[in-house]
Design a protein around this ligand. Structure first.
Ligand code: ADP
Length: 260
């Protein structure tokens, strides 16, 4: 495996008037191609800042970032936009769908301005909605979709230009517990089936445990300890006693009540 993301001594200080707010205090990170990495930490520890720097949306105050061998700092704005559009897909906690476009139009949007024709954009968007299990919802606007369905459309949108990397910022933060697992399962499936590198930041250690690897961010620094996760796809999600659906963290079957 080759590293696809490397950061060295990454620091970010926001300036609020005369106040300096340190968000990252020297983050060193190596993400291998094809990894599903979760970065876990409490609110305010610098997770979104880290993700935004990895996606070239924010510049670090100091330190280095290489994404697929490229340094955002040496790119001009249009190169950076082009690079981001083709290499990186973003998934957000708040889904970031346009309310006046339906599901398929939302997925087509990132392909505008690429070489794809209108028909090719439609075909690709259709394939992606199928991939996330929403073929039946192409014509639905976001307000007619459940939160979990909106996040599925958000993921399809992130994949529109077939990015090598998906950066997900609290992708399950606005979802109920059953839907959270569906979304983590979907991310795991993309990672395994398509080899997409995924970096997810979250405060939710239960969700993070289903990535391939967990790193802990504390006070702007990545801690040396790390844990292997277990892809949800590899877990049995039916009760061995009654065969009904269970959730990964259940210790008793909610249907038959037997210990799992
Ligand atoms: P997390 O995603 O872990 O909640 P953030 O990266 O959003 O953490 O924020 C890290 C710290 O930086 C927090 O103290 C936050 O208040 C501060 N911060 C984030 N964005 C800005 C900004 N644009 N201006 C000033 N301070 C900010």
């Amino acid at each position: 495996m080759e590293p696809i993301i490397v950061t060295q001594d990454l620091k970010k200080i926001y300036r609020l008037g005369k106040l300096d707010v340190p968000a990252l205090r020297g983050a060193d990170l190596v993400v291998q191609e094809g990894e599903f990495l979760a970065v876990v930490g409490p609110s305010g520890c610098g997770k979104s800042t880290l993700l935004h720097i990895l996606g070239g949306l924010t510049s670090p105050t100091s330190g280095h970032v290489l994404v697929d061998g490229n340094d955002f700092m040496t790119m001009n704005d249009s190169d950076r936009t082009r690079f981001r559009r083709h290499k990186i897909g973003f998934v957000f906690q708040t889904f970031n769908l346009l309310p006046y476009l339906n599901a398929i139009e939302n997925v087509e949007l990132p392909m505008e301005g690429t070489k794809k024709s209108k028909d090719e954009r439609r075909t690709r968007a259709r394939e992606l909605l199928k991939l996330v299990g929403l073929s039946e919802r192409e014509d639905h606007r976001p307000h007619r979709l459940s939160a979990g369905e909106q996040q599925r459309v958000g993921i399809a949108t992130a994949l529109a230009n077939n990015p090598a990397i998906v950066l997900a910022d609290e992708p399950t933060g606005n979802l109920d517990s059953k839907t959270k697992y569906e979304i983590i399962r979907l991310l795991g499936k993309l990672n395994i089936d398509q080899g997409t590198t995924i970096v997810m930041v979250t405060h939710d250690s239960h969700m993070a445990a289903h990535a391939g690897r967990m790193l802990f961010l504390s006070d702007g620094k990545l801690l040396a300890k790390e844990r292997q996760g277990i892809h949800l796809l590899k877990k049995e999600l039916t009760c061995p006693h009654c065969g009904k659906e269970i959730q990964p963290d259940d210790t008793f079957c909610p249907r038959c009540g037997k210990e799992l």
